[in-house]
Design a protein around this ligand. Structure first.
Ligand SMILES: Nc1nc2c(ncn2[C@@H]2O[C@H](COP(=O)(O)OP(=O)(O)OP(=O)(O)O)[C@@H](O)[C@H]2O)c(=O)[nH]1
Length: 393
């Protein structure tokens, strides 16, 4: 299956330029990708698209018709587009034999895509069909400020845990500033703390944060250590094409990771969700049946099989008996009298011949025993008479 690469990043980080360079890099290597643009507000894109959100949604009309501002219109355009995601996926699937990678550009306002329902639907849909990787694009020169770096990392962290998809951190624009300083900060938090201490903006007397900001960022750097370990980092320049071979190598590695770990984890989460929904539905159905006064047939059958009576069952029986106009205690007495005391029915007839002969024989035996034991002590003719009578003589 072709790998899908979704490019995300803060406004102006260079997503569109990165897409353009990646597209031409893959073409150069005779592996032309399938290209999708999901930014409805972009005026012009510098690469050819296979699917473009602007073909089906007119961003300006959305603003006018729904009386929305620029960001609201982006979210609404994505919402409208996500209603047709099944068609988009079937088109991509039909073409999937012709390409190794599907690359997707997203709107500049990262929150419009990542934190919107439609963004989740689109990402989830691709992730269920194809191995999907997030490329988080960072503007390297701007990141040399520890505060901006930390904001970017926190954003990347929250996206990773929200989407549960493999992520590559792409330090873009490394023709302007090499990414090694950021790599060091991520490997060794002490070097980050040193940079924090040296940062005059955060620590001088006139700083608005008066040291609070620095200590907050300091604690966050410790917290994010574990998160850094799950990431792959690469420095690129969309301007001169530097680092794109390494980027594609990391993509291959991440696809393996996706197939080995993320896909299983995703399936587990989806199955758990389905199971929870099933239990919820069953409970709702049971409650509905109770409300309608219909006894759960399966439950009562199970109870009969196991012979387990629970208080609710007894209460239910009493309730039913009372409804039929009987007193619970009376019915019990009657049934025990019929079952165990006499072999005859109420009208005096024996139930069947075999049973009646057995019972009569056992009564005779008991009288015989009683007679013999009494005869030893009492030799009266009355006892003898009784014995004769019993023996039918
Ligand atoms: N020097 C240099 N400039 C770059 C690089 N990548 C992008 N730029 C510049 O950064 C600016 C923003 O790039 P875009 O590709 O429009 O960024 P974007 O993230 O798509 O922007 P939005 O989608 O509008 O948020 C442009 O002026 C680009 O020329 C790079 O690798 N090196």
């Amino acid at each position: 299956m072709p790998a899908t690469i979704i490019c995300i990043g803060m406004a102006g980080s260079g997503k569109t330029t990165f897409m353009q360079r990646l597209n031409s890099h893959l073409h150069e290597n005779n592996k032309p990708p399938y290209v999708i643009n999901l930014d409805p507000a972009v005026y012009k894109i510098p690469f050819n698209c296979n699917i473009d959100i602007r073909d089906s949604i007119n961003y300006k009309k959305v603003m006018e018709n729904y009386n929305l501002g620029p960001n609201g219109a982006i979210v609404t355009s994505l919402n409208l587009f996500s209603t047709k995601i099944d068609k988009v996926l079937s088109i991509v699937k039909n073409r999937s034999e012709n390409f190794n990678n599907c690359i997707i550009d997203t709107p500049g306002q990262i929150e419009c895509f990542i934190w919107s329902a439609s963004g989740s639907i689109i990402t989830e849909s691709f992730a269920t069909e194809f191995p999907t990787i997030l490329a988080y694009i960072i503007d390297t020169p701007r990141c040399s400020n520890p505060t901006t770096f930390m904001s970017n990392m926190l954003y990347a962290c929250s996206i990773l845990y929200k989407t549960k998809l493999p992520m590559i951190i792409v330090f873009n624009k490394n023709d302007l500033r090499n990414e090694n300083f950021a790599k060091n900060w991520m490997k060794d938090f002490e070097s980050f703390q040193d940079s924090l201490r040296d940062n005059s903006e955060l620590n001088d007397e006139t700083s608005n944060g008066s040291g609070y900001m620095a200590s907050l960022i300091n604690s966050m750097s410790l917290m994010l250590e574990e998160f850094y370990s799950t990431l792959d980092i690469v420095g690129v320049s969309s301007y001169n094409g530097n680092g794109f071979d390494e980027f594609m190598e990391i993509v291959d590695k991440k696809v393996d990771e996706y197939n080995e770990f993320y896909q299983k984890e995703r399936e587990r989460i989806i199955n758990e969700k389905k199971e929870r929904e099933k239990i919820k539905k069953d409970n709702q159905l049971n409650n509905l049946m109770k409300d309608l006064g219909i006894k759960d047939k399966k439950k009562s059958e199970d109870n009969n099989d196991n012979n387990v009576e629970v208080i609710s069952d007894i209460e239910e029986e009493i309730e039913n008996d009372e409804k039929n106009g009987y007193e619970h205690g009376l019915i019990d007495l009657e049934s025990s009298e019929r079952e165990y005391t006499f072999p005859e029915d109420r009208n005096g007839e024996l139930r069947d011949n075999e049973n009646s002969n057995d019972v009569a024989k056992s009564i005779r035996d008991r009288y015989q025993q009683a007679f013999e034991s009494n005869a030893k002590t009492a030799s009266s003719s009355v006892a003898e008479d009784i014995a004769k009578y019993i023996n039918g003589q």
